[in-house]
Design a protein around this ligand. Structure first.
Ligand code: IMP
Ligand code: MG
Length: 178
């Protein structure tokens, strides 16, 4: 798989160190609160797994699956809920855990969707953000790294469902998806 990677942007250790910092911040900010982390399948799986191990306060986890149509390198703009939450979120402090914020369409839709359910608060933790690509306003409380507008894979990020298992994050060679 490494032959398809143009450049590695974040090695395992960089990811681990940054996620530890995020875990510490979250643990401080949510001390004494009923915290529920909601991972967005499937891209958030490695981030979610590593993040919760760095959270030192009691919390619970759940998952949602959403999809924007198609499997190209661009979001279509249409969001569908494929798997909803297992439990009610009333009075809980929600932290949505996502791999990357690109246009912002997915997270904008999700936060609006969850707002109707009487949570105590709703915030976002995204490992990566591409600020240049934003078309929807999204206020993420925690961001691991801001990244330039390249198509990235690894550590949960896929191209056509592949490369999610890379332990690092890299830029996919254009010839792979052109
Ligand atoms: P948004 O709705 O445009 O913010 O897109 C969010 C979703 O698009 C993410 O959850 C990813 O699944 C996908 N995505 C955006 N940029 C990339 C990328 O560089 N590599 C892989 N997936 C990406
Ligand atoms: Mg995704």
């Amino acid at each position: 798989m490494k032959k398809d990677i143009k450049q590695v942007l974040f090695e395992e250790e960089q990811l681990r160190n940054r996620i530890r910092e995020l875990g510490n911040e979250i643990s401080k900010d949510y001390e004494g609160k009923d915290l529920l982390l909601i991972g967005i399948l499937k891209g958030s799986v490695p981030f979610m797994a590593d993040l919760i191990k760095e959270v030192t306060i009691p919390c619970s986890i759940d998952f949602m699956a959403v999809s924007s149509y198609g499997n190209s390198t661009k979001t279509s703009g249409v969001v569908r809920i494929l798997k909803d939450l297992d439990f009610e979120i009333e009075n809980k402090h929600i932290l949505i855990v996502e791999d990357i914020i690109d246009s912002g369409i997915t997270l904008r839709y999700l936060t609006e969707y969850l707002k109707g359910r009487k949570a105590a608060s709703i915030e976002i933790a995204a490992l990566l953000s591409k600020p240049e690509r934003r078309t929807e306003e999204v206020n993420a409380k925690y961001i691991g790294f801001n990244v330039p507008d390249y198509f990235l894979v690894g550590y949960g990020l896929d191209y056509s469902e592949k490369y999610r298992n890379l332990p690092y994050i890299g830029i996919l060679k254009e010839e792979v998806y052109r």
